[in-house]
Design a protein around this ligand. Structure first.
Ligand code: ZN
Length: 72
């Protein structure tokens, strides 16, 4: 069961690559490596704070004050 060992994750926000040591490194450092390695979608802590979290906050707020059915 080692199928996933060759997979890397790339951050959708800043394009960092998650190393097998669970370190997020710039894609430039992995450029040659990723060229032959399949990528899976992911997001690093930096990207999460900058992109995902604000989005979740907005969704939560929207869910709380969602417009009711045909008021009037
Ligand atoms: Zn990132």
């Amino acid at each position: 069961m080692r199928a996933l060992e060759g997979l890397l994750s790339i951050c959708a926000y800043c394009k960092k690559i998650r190393d097998q040591d669970r370190q997020w490194v710039p894609i430039e450092e992995y450029r040659e490596h990723v060229a032959r390695t399949p990528l899976s979608r992911g997001i690093c802590p930096d990207g999460y704070e900058a992109e995902v979290r604000p989005d979740l906050e907005r969704l939560k707020r929207a869910a709380r004050s969602r417009p009711g059915p045909a008021g009037g």
